[in-house]
Design a protein around this ligand. Structure first.
Ligand code: 3PG
Length: 216
C-alpha cells in the first residue's frame, strides 16, 4: 500500500465516522456492552485508548463480539504501541502527539494513522513523514477554531480530526470547518456512565448527538 492510499483510507475512515468517541475502558467487562451501546446510538467508529491495563483485551473483545464497530487504537505514544495496534488488526491508530520516533514508525507502518498536532512545527514534522491526516489536540485548549483556521492558511490540504474540549454544544461548529473530517471526544461515553453501567444513557447521548448533527 502506498502512503497516499493509506492516508486516503484514514481520511475516509474518519470522514464516515462524523464523531469518534474516545474510550477509556477500566474494566474488561465494560468493553462489549459499552461498544454495543455506542453502536446502538449510531456511533460505530471507536477509539479504544491505551490508557488502561485492559485496553488491548478490550479492543480484542469488541472486535470479536461487536461486528458493526470499527475499532481503532488511541493514545499511541511510540512505535511499540503502534506495532501492538497493528498486530491486533484494528482499522486505524491515533496519537495525541507526534514524536520523531513515532512518526518514523508510522511512516513505515501499513496502519492508517493520525498523529496529534497543535502547532505549525508539529504539523510540518507530520507532513515530512507523509502524514496529512492529523488529530488537532487539544483542540479547544490549543486555540480552538481560530487556531485551526490559521493553520489552514499555510497547510490548505491537511485534513483534521479535532479532539479535546468538544461536546454536544460545539461539535456542529467544528464539523462545519472545511478541513474537519470528524470530531473526537469523550463526551459520548462519560466515565460516570461507564462505571455505573448506564449503557442506555450512553446510547441516548449518541443518538441525540447524531440526530442534532444530521439536522445541522
Ligand atoms: C483525548 O484523548 O482525545 C481527549 O482526552 C479527549 O478530550 P475530551 O475529554 O475533552 O473529549
Amino acid at each position: 500500500m502506498t502512503t497516499t492510499s493509506k492516508q486516503d483510507q484514514m481520511a475516509a475512515l474518519i470522514r464516515q465516522a462524523t464523531v469518534i468517541p474516545v474510550l477509556t475502558i477500566e474494566k474488561l467487562e465494560h468493553a462489549v456492552p459499552l461498544a454495543k451501546a455506542l453502536v446502538a446510538g449510531g456511533v460505530k467508529t471507536l477509539e479504544v485508548t491505551l490508557r488502561t491495563a485492559v485496553a488491548i483485551d478490550a479492543a480484542k473483545a469488541i472486535m470479536a463480539e461487536v461486528p458493526d464497530a470499527i475499532v481503532g487504537i488511541g493514545t499511541i505514544l511510540n512505535g511499540d504501541d503502534l506495532a501492538r495496534a497493528e498486530a491486533l488488526g484494528v482499522k486505524f491508530g491515533i496519537s495525541p502527539g507526534a514524536t520523531p520516533e513515532l512518526l518514523k514508525a508510522a511512516a513505515a507502518s501499513k496502519l492508517p494513522f493520525a498523529p496529534g498536532i497543535a502547532t505549525a512545527s508539529e504539523l510540518m514534522q507530520a507532513l515530512a513523514h507523509g502524514l496529512d491526516v492529523v488529530k488537532f489536540f487539544p483542540a479547544e485548549q490549543a486555540g480552538g477554531i481560530k487556531a485551526l483556521r490559521a493553520l489552514a492558511g499555510p497547510f490548505p490540504n491537511v485534513r483534521v480530526c479535532p479532539t479535546g474540549g468538544i461536546g454536544e454544544n460545539n461539535a456542529a461548529t467544528w464539523l462545519a470547518e472545511p478541513n474537519v473530517l470528524a470530531v473526537g471526544g469523550s463526551w459520548l461515553c462519560p466515565t460516570a456512565e461507564i462505571r455505573s453501567g448506564n449503557w442506555d444513557g450512553i446510547t441516548a447521548i449518541c443518538a441525540r448527538t447524531m440526530k442534532s448533527l444530521k439536522a445541522a
